[in-house]
Design a protein around this ligand. Sequence first.
Ligand code: FAD
Length: 478
Amino acid sequence: MTATTLTRPEATLPAEVLAQIQQVVGATYVTTLPADMAGRVADHRGLYQGHALALVRPGSTAEVAAVMRLCHAARLPVVPQGGNTGLVGGSVPRDAVILATDRLTAIRDRDPLNSTMTVEAGCLLLTIQQTAEEMDRLFPLSLASEGSCQIGGNLATNAGGTAVLRYGTTRELVLGLEVVLPDGEILSDLTGLRKNNTGYDLRHLFIGSEGTLGIITAAVLKLHPRPARRATAMVGCADPEAALALYDRMRARDADSLTTFEYIDRTALQMVVDHGPGCSDPMAERHQAYALVELTAPDPEADLDARLEHTLGAAFEAGDIADAVLASSEAQRAALWALRENLAEVQKAEGASIKHDVAVPVSRVAEFIAAARQGCLALMPTARVCAFGHFGDGNIHFNLSRPLDMTDAEFLTRTEAVNRVVHDIVVAMGGSISAEHGIGLTRRAELRHYKDPVALRVMEGIKAALDPLGLMNPGKLL
Ligand code: FAD
């Protein structure tokens, strides 16, 4: 696959600004050498090749503010970068200074009684989950990239993941924020309050803003009780409609403990069985649709296995499901989860793919999968539809893998036509063209096409108010 090049190699950082930035953060933490920035100028999917003026790695909020003041004075564009695991090219520099947050790793405060933790933006999501566990609490945000993505990136993208059904998106897991504004001012709103009606709730402006309004440097995160019991199963269904019937049954009976309801179609399952490290088919028979379901409870006495068995038994009797495998050990649970967690990566082994991260009302999710499949196959009859995702949130990763009779390049010339088919269906169903990955570079043109013009104007007004010089992550989102 060839990456789109965004470079203008003649753009460089003026020597006097480099010297000033070096004074602020120390020469060790600034580089302009292409070799040192190699892993930072392209995106995770290999879709974009950017160009950076410098890589700067401040060690504190005060240093971030000082660097921003210098860049603002010199009119230099800045792109914030966390783990660079984003899937829409949002952290790729376009002749900008990369401001990396990987040295902002302090856990500033732990307050188990208030169920909060104050963390700096560069903390890995995995570290935050582990710290919450040490406090006998849960930080429920969970993504397959959790070992590499940082909480600042999670906040900037309003990341979703596999526990949204129970706990909500990142937006719902934050009580306060600290942000360095484009001109270097520090907006400090690190409150741990559940109630605070003192005007506009500014944290929600920055959550999901994809680095276009300021640099998030710290956050107060909301913690939950730590689950003591879990019951996990992979369920085989005849089709997405049957999976929806199972979902409805579980919501009615197990809503208080249902944490995960993830969908995997047969093509996706086959890809992960073929290419996922240590992955194997969980069932003897093949099914068109699979659901990974999990119940959790903080009560150590809760008999969740019996409860899940009972619900799945009733679903089997009703003809909603064809087969189920219940995990009877932690190793079995991990093996079932590996089938889901490796999906984003294994598609690469099957050649190029055209991906969509869409949301529709949960009631229409099966209808969407059928309609989008039909629409795409009408356009390209040999395309391989690979659909999976957060079914219980109405969020499907509706992906197409290159047909076996086509080259990657030939297949990718169809991207725009395929996107139009899928996104027209989504929008007609009252859905969203980006459920959790954001807009970045990849979806910018489509945001213009589909978003309500009044909403777009309000967004542009907010951008102009906070970043009148347009220096924060230019060319992304808007
Ligand atoms: P980056 O990629 O570095 O940046 C993402 C965006 O945020 C950019 O626009 C950047 O400029 C901005 N940004 C970063 N840090 C800051 C900051 N401190 N202040 C302001 N702006 C900032 N996403 C999901 O939502 N759900 C999933 O289930 C999911 N699964 C994934 C699985 C895999 C295998 C991979 C590779 C990715 C997955 N993602 C998923 C996407 C990605 O991991 C998330 O978008 C994540 O939140 C990005 O975090 P990051 O630290 O890597 O951010």
